[in-house]
Write a protein that binds this ligand. Structure first.
Ligand code: FMN
Length: 217
């Protein structure tokens, strides 16, 4: 097989794809003033306690709101939210009400005093700020997850979560992309043949049903 050729790029944040999420937050002094900000620099950083990180530039309106209130909500984004996600990443809440402009609505978030969640988001993680770490261009907000809400249509009859039904989007070097087909599951490379066949058949059936649902207007 021919070996691939490579071009050297200057050091940069080339880690792709990343999640792209809508962070919702509120003003501590005026809790009715709420805001949405798009973040692609968000990640999972610890399991116990569950913690996530979001990196925000100091000049973002949301930066001050979150630093001051100590709360934020990470809302996972699906295909239907893609346009709003972009809008919330190119306009500032200092200048306009992004919920009003995008048609997104807020709802009460699990375990938060003032930070709201986004109505319709597949999953929302309520976070309490544990640390703010200045890194340079961005400050990293370490958030401990205080509560999670999951849209009920993503649960099966036994309460199992099917995020593969959520049509989540990813951010890939400047582009918003849909997630593609399921290729495997955790541990599939070492699963017994019979387990692998059964589980993949289930996933394919699920995927086809999902495709049918998606085609409906
Ligand atoms: C796809 C996308 C991802 C973004 N990711 C981040 C991010 O991780 N951190 C950040 O500080 N800004 C990020 N931004 C920019 C902010 O969302 C943008 O500056 C926004 O207008 C700030 O809103 P605010 O002033 O209301 O807080 C991103 C924008 C887009 C479109």
């Amino acid at each position: 097989m021919k070996t691939a050729e490579y071009a050297a790029f200057p050091p940069s944040t080339m880690l792709n794809p990343t999640p792209v999420v809508l962070i919702s937050c509120a003003d501590r002094m005026h809790p009715e003033r709420r805001n949405l900000v798009t973040a692609a620099w968000a990640g999972t950083v610890n399991s116990e306690p569950p913690m996530v990180s979001v990196s925000l530039r100091k000049e973002r309106y949301s930066h001050g709101l979150i630093a001051d209130s100590g709360e934020f909500v990470v809302n996972l984004a699906d295909e239907k939210m893609c346009r709003a996600v972009d809008f919330c990443g190119v306009r500032s809440g200092r200048d306009l009400d992004k919920a009003e402009m995008t048609g997104l609505r807020y709802r009460t978030a699990e375990g938060m005093s003032i930070a709201p969640a986004v109505e319709g988001a597949p999953v929302s993680l309520s976070c309490r700020v544990r640390q703010i770490i200045p890194l340079g261009s961005h400050d990293l907000f370490l958030g401990e997850v205080a509560g999670v809400s999951v849209r009920k249509d993503l649960l099966d009859e036994r309460g199992g979560l099917h995020l593969e039904r959520a049509h989540l989007i990813a951010y890939n070097h400047g582009l918003y992309q849909k997630l593609g087909e399921v290729m495997g599951f955790f541990g599939w490379s070492v699963a017994r043949e019979e387990v692998l066949r059964k589980r993949m058949a289930l996933l394919r059936r699920e995927e086809n049903a999902n495709g049918d649902r998606r085609r409906k207007p």
